[in-house]
Design a protein around this ligand. Structure first.
Ligand code: PMP
Length: 375
């Protein structure tokens, strides 16, 4: 920086008008939350954030209310009971679990524990929009590997993109926003091709919705691979998005480091209690997941009948590659009372919601399709 600019910056700092922040912040994409449906819609469906349309099961609310009565106390910083319950539920040692403020919190911690400035982070693109944000935020260099023509991770190209500067690899399966999941055998081959000192994160935020019999299971894949981290969340299938609780399963060096970098007392007592109560009601929650998976099948079939070509989704959303029509489609849905999530000029992601919401989006998609073919 020139002397004059330093003086100017110092003077601005002294007058307090403009605090000096990291210039890097200007280069970081902003996370875009899914929008609600327009107020003109009746009743207005929000299918833009991959939320669970079901409210919490009754006992979950009671557990949460009891914990809320203790909100003048800090929560258990180590999330002891939740960790133990999860360990039992997942059949992994408690020392392999690290809780976080959603898997989003853990994504940041994964950066903190593995990245020095300039280190490379490899991930597929398009994938979860937080990857480029956290990579840049922590000074990493994003290496984005395009998806294959059928919207899946290109594992060969990703393996080739790994260099001796690579410290972290994200694999999102099922992939947000395309919904494609990786089969066990190809993911296994990929993991075994990568250097043992590179941290590989299997982001399984939507794993419970994956009904493919050949699906990969991060819990099986991490067991004899000390560099693999499986990342999961209570936000999606468990319907606790508003409470912010997720977890990583990894071998102790990584799990320990994640616990050391957690925001102290980040996971609230209410979140811990609701997560425990939800685990206790696992089978009821999974019945709801089954219903959403059935709805996903119905929506995909209907879209195919309308002439769309959605990839086979294993998550709680479907993907329509719309290219330059992306914004127009999102606007058309908004006018029909449905909020969907557009991604630049790539396409639109539509969350599977309650049946009526799905019908509303199908009606809108059919109308859009007819308009496209007519024009
Ligand atoms: N990973 C993926 C692939 C996601 O789609 C999301 C949520 N959109 C997250 C992680 C983060 O979820 P949460 O922080 O709510 O656990």
């Amino acid at each position: 920086m020139s002397d004059a600019r330093v003086d100017e910056a110092n003077s601005r700092a002294r007058t307090g008008r403009s605090p000096r922040l990291r210039t890097l912040l200007d280069t970081i994409p902003v996370y875009v939350p899914g929008k609600p449906a327009a107020s003109t819609g009746d009743p207005g469906w929000k299918l833009s954030s991959n939320e669970n349309p079901y409210p919490p099961l009754p006992g979950v609310l009671e557990a949460l209310a009891a914990a809320a009565g203790q909100m003048h106390r800090y929560p258990d910083m180590h999330c002891t009971e939740l960790t133990d319950r999860l360990a039992e539920h997942l059949s992994v040692p408690a020392t392999h679990i690290a809780l976080g403020t959603g898997s989003s919190g853990l994504l940041q911690q994964l950066m903190q524990i593995s990245i020095d400035p300039g280190d490379e982070v490899v991930y597929a693109w398009r994938s979860f929009e937080s990857y480029p944000i956290v990579t840049r935020l922590f000074g990493g260099r994003p290496v984005e590997v395009p998806l294959t023509g059928d919207e899946a991770h290109d594992l060969d190209a990703m393996a080739r993109a790994v260099t001796d500067r690579t410290r972290l690899v994200f694999v999102c399966t099922p992939n947000n926003p395309t919904g494609k999941a990786l089969p066990r055998d190809s993911l296994e081959t990929f993991l075994d091709r990568l250097p043992a000192d590179v941290v590989i994160v299997l982001d399984e935020a939507y794993v419970e919705f994956n009904s493919d019999p050949h699906r990969a299971d991060g819990l099986a894949l991490y067991r004899d691979r000390p560099n693999v981290v499986t990342l999961r969340t209570f936000s999606k299938a468990y319907g606790l998005a508003g409470l912010r609780v997720g977890y990583a399963v990894a071998h102790p060096p990584v799990a320990d480091a994640l616990r050391r970098t957690a925001v102290p007392f980040g996971v609230s007592s209410t979140a811990q209690s609701a997560a425990i109560a939800s685990l206790e009601r696992h089978s009821s929650l999974m019945e709801r997941v089954d219903e959403l998976v059935t709805e996903r099948g119905r929506v995909q079939e209907a879209l195919l009948e309308q002439g769309w070509t959605p990839p086979d989704s294993q998550a709680n959303f479907v993907w329509l590659r719309l290219g330059q029509q992306t914004a127009a489609f999102a606007e058309h849905c908004r006018d029909a009372g449905v909020g969907v999530r557009p991604y630049g000029e790539d396409g639109v992601r539509v969350t599977i919601g309650e049946r009526q919401a799905n019908d509303a989006v199908l009606t809108a998609a059919g109308r859009f399709r007819r308009r496209m073919s007519a024009g």
